[in-house]
Design a binder for this molecule. Sequence first.
Ligand code: B12
Ligand code: SF4
Ligand code: SF4
Length: 227
Amino acid sequence: MEDLGTRLRELLTAEGADLVGYADVSDLVPGGLKTGVAMAMAMPRDMLRSIEDGATREYAQWYKDTNAALDRATKAAGDFLRSQGYAVEEHTTDKVVRRPDQSTEMPHKSIAMRAGLGWIGKSCLLVTPQYGGAVRISVLLTDAPLPPAEPVLEPKCGSCTKCRDVCPYGALNGVQWRPGIDRAEMFDYKKCADNCARRNAEVIGEGLFICGQCFVHCPYTRKYLKG
Ligand code: B12
Ligand code: SF4
Ligand code: SF4
């Protein structure tokens, strides 16, 4: 019989996840849920090409559909782990609480990086070797004994500053991530959120926080696009 980690990975892949990883989060999360499960769904290449100059209505729809697909996958994984007798806390979009300063208690990126899916780039986003930054992520916490990956604590951005250079609102500072860094050193969330909401209300009719220039033009995303 296959082990729990393999069965869960197969289940999440069948639910549409392109990347799955397990993390030891015992130092990040108080209480007994010491394992993080992170999954990522990649943006299709056609969609990526279509937002090279900015967000579109189609991207807004993909963003909503993919959030729904990630929520379904996260719930399916949670149901499976519960059926095996484990405790689970799913961080689905309806449960994640955004604070007024556009932060959450347990950012998905922190768990995904711990789960070995990729590093945090100068874009302040998770950058994966397979898809660059063109992924959406979801996570759950559990007490199930899943084999943890090595966290990716060394960003592979090198001297690149493309994300900073292409950001239309100057929201990124081109600073390399390190453990313990304050988000404000890398990124001005107000410049990003306020300008995206204003632009999208005008151009696509909804004040959504979507844009993505910082991941579309990342060399690791370009590699995926060509591949
Ligand atoms: C609030 C929010 C926003 C805010 C603030 C963004 C931000 N970077 O904080 C606004 C509205 C501005 C925004 C914009 C965007 N967002 Co947004 N956003 C979120 C949300 C809901 C929470 C993020 C959060 O809590 N930030 C708080 C800060 C403190 O944490 P952080 O930057 O995530 O990570 C920090 C920690 O890892 C920390 N850290 C420091 N020391 C240590 C030590 C250790 C050991 C660890 C583990 C971590 C750690 O370093 C990081 C930087 O400071 C997440 C979904 C989620 N639930 O996590 C999506 C999310 C981050 N957004 C996402 C995306 C795609 C975007 C946009 C591209 C818009 C779009 N969809 O087109 C832009 C990109 C902006 C950017 N360059 O960061 C994706 C990112 C996917 C990826 N590849 O990483 C996410 C994960 C949503 C998803 N479900 O996939 N977003
Ligand atoms: S999402 Fe757009 S505005 Fe926000 S940091 Fe990335 S490029 Fe800049
Ligand atoms: S564009 Fe360059 S600096 Fe920015 S995240 Fe990608 S590799 Fe890193």
